[in-house]
Design a protein around this ligand. Structure first.
Ligand SMILES: NC(=O)C1=CN([C@@H]2O[C@H](COP(=O)(O)OP(=O)(O)OC[C@H]3O[C@@H](n4cnc5c(N)ncnc54)[C@H](OP(=O)(O)O)[C@@H]3O)[C@@H](O)[C@H]2O)[C@H](O)CC1
Ligand SMILES: [K+]
Length: 502
């Protein structure tokens, strides 16, 4: 699903009004009625006190339409106009009049702190103060109102966006932003819903298709895409019936050191569970018995060193190589990485200490074959590209890093970002249970396996991150968030793949 900017959404709005011969008020009615339907479906007429805070623009207009429908369905509604300016929008004004026709309880004006209503724990708050039109930080008494709402224990539903969030840029430090429990957003998700510093304001997210012009949405260009099952299934290549293991690639996993053999084992298990035809490990001697016992399906080559890797078996003929988990950052490990990068021409996957070695020896980055995949978590990323002032600057830095070295960067997080040049793919599977030791090792195995099976490295990264998340979801369903082990993310991979097409 494309992620559009506020400007693109306003354009879509205009295009829809023109093509569907609908007025902008009609479009507001359509969008806000969908919100009302969602609320009504859940509340089923319950006599909960509903407090709707409406701005004076079109987000506020949505709030007024929702209020009218709620009143007409017998709900207990109080409407507050957050009077932050005199520039009321036309659709706000006409819906203000329409609301007055259905109730004697006229909206209350909030012009300063003295007008703030008491908000109780059991209240249901609707935030229709600002939407995509926010163009500067919320200040003064309006900021205090946001704080007042956040300090209440009331359930808060944000319309289109939690007020205070910009759709396309970072909020400043200590910005006033509604902390929503739920956000119902129109037509497309907004980029800030998925960025680490702003995602927590959104709560649960649901996107409502308000029927904006399909042609415009299809042709509008966006560098940002959200990856759900609908997108993932299109990337998946089913197996043929007449087939053999040679069709699914030979993955070589290089890593491990004394005390960290488990990491390579997880990566190799995950590669095999994702469907690699063959999988070999190259590890220090001390890991030989462990791997052969724990994973008889894999083949094992050992370095001449006992506890650390020191070389790359360059006579080995693999379809794809993954390097880094558990190797440490010793000179010996550096020699092994250098050896590898001087020997291979096809894309490699680099994770964990492999990334730290690249960060410590920046000249090695030049040796990465085009389309190689790097899978840093934020700490590793910072070591590679330096620090950033906010999530947007981070995205810019990763983009130029990706362009400069012609590589793919998978920035791991609650929503992992797959970045290739200007293109950013945002993963929407997974859960907090996956924040566990070895989870990243498993991800490297999935991506490596898919590259070995012939997927283009960027597709392998997008699909791999999605499948990793789904597999984690399957594991968490059985084990609970706290109980998930990385090995279970690997072992559920077959189910995650099956679930794509069933
Ligand atoms: N296209 C769609 O998907 C639809 C969107 N709808 C809803 O409309 C809003 C966007 O409405 P808009 O009127 O453009 O903007 P807002 O309601 O978010 O803001 C209103 C005005 O507030 C001013 N502003 C901005 N920041 C601040 C601030 N910090 N303090 C005070 N005032 C501020 C600004 O005007 P200025 O002239 O003062 O700059 C805004 O214009 C969208 O989010 C949806 O909820 C439709 O209902 C359906 C179609
Ligand atoms: K809002």
């Amino acid at each position: 699903m494309k992620i559009l900017s506020a400007e693109q959404l306003s354009q879509a709005d205009k295009e829809t009004i023109k093509k569907q011969e609908i007025s902008s008020e009609g479009l507001m009615e359509r969008a806000a009625t969908l919100v009302f339907n969602e609320i009504h479906k859940r509340l089923e007429g319950a006599p909960i006190p509903i407090k709707i805070f409406c701005g004076i623009g079109n987000n506020g207009g949505d709030g007024l339409v929702i209020a009218r429908h709620l009143v007409q369905h017998g709900y207990h509604v109080n409407v507050y106009i957050v009077n932050y300016s005199d520039k009321r929008s036309d659709d706000f004004l006409s819906n203000y009049e329409k609301l007055k026709e259905v109730t004697d309880d006229w909206p209350e004006m909030i012009k300063n702190e003295a007008n703030f209503p008491e908000i109780r724990t059991g209240d249901f708050v609707i935030d229709a103060i600002f939407g995509i039109g926010l163009n500067r930080p919320i200040e003064g008494w309006v900021a205090k109102l946001v704080e007042h709402i956040n300090n209440s224990q009331a359930f808060t539903l944000a319309i289109d966006m939690p007020s205070g969030l910009f759709s396309d840029k970072a909020p400043g430090e200590n910005a006033s932003i509604i902390e929503a429990d739920f956000t119902l957003s129109f037509q497309t998700p907004k980029l800030v819903f998925f960025l680490p510093a702003t995602m927590d304001y959104v709560g649960n997210l649901q996107i409502l298709d308000i029927g904006l012009d399909k042609q415009f949405l299809a042709k509008v260009d966006s560098n940002y895409r959200l990856i759900n099952k609908e997108e993932a299934i299109q990337l998946y290549k089913p197996r043929k019936t007449n087939t053999h293991k040679g069709d699914y690639g030979h993955a070589l996993i290089i890593g491990g050191s004394y005390g960290k053999i488990g990491s390579v084992l997880l990566t190799a298990t995950s590669a095999l569970r994702t469907g690699s035809g063959l999988c070999s490990l190259y590890i220090p001697k001390c890991g030989y018995d462990i791997v052969q016992t724990a994973l008889p399906e894999a083949m094992v080559l050992t370095d001449k060193e006992n506890h650390l890797l020191n070389a790359y078996p360059n006579t080995f003929d693999a379809d794809v190589v993954c390097f880094g988990m558990g190797v440490g950052t010793s000179n010996k490990a550096k020699a092994a990485l250098e050896d590898l990068l001087n020997s291979v021409n096809s894309p490699v996957v680099i994770d964990a200490d492999g990334l730290n070695l690249l960060a410590q020896n920046k000249s090695l980055i030049d040796l990465l074959p085009e389309n190689s995949v790097l899978t840093p978590h934020p700490g590793e990323l910072q070591r590679l590209i330096g620090s950033w002032k906010d999530d947007f600057e981070k995205l810019e830095l990763v983009r130029s890093f990706s362009k400069k070295y012609k590589i793919i960067v998978v920035v791991k997080g609650a929503h992992s970002f797959i970045i290739q040049g200007d293109n950013v793919y945002i993963n929407n599977s997974g859960n907090p249970g996956m924040a566990t030791a070895g989870s990243g090792d498993v991800l490297s195995g999935v991506i490596t396996s898919l590259i070995g099976q012939g997927y283009d490295p960027v597709i392998a990264s997008i699909l791999g991150v999605f499948l990793h998340g789904r597999s984690g979801d399957i594991a968490a369903k059985e084990m609970g968030f706290e109980g998930v082990l990385a090995g279970e993310i690997a072992s559920n991979m077959g189910k995650a793949i099956k679930e794509l097409y069933t």
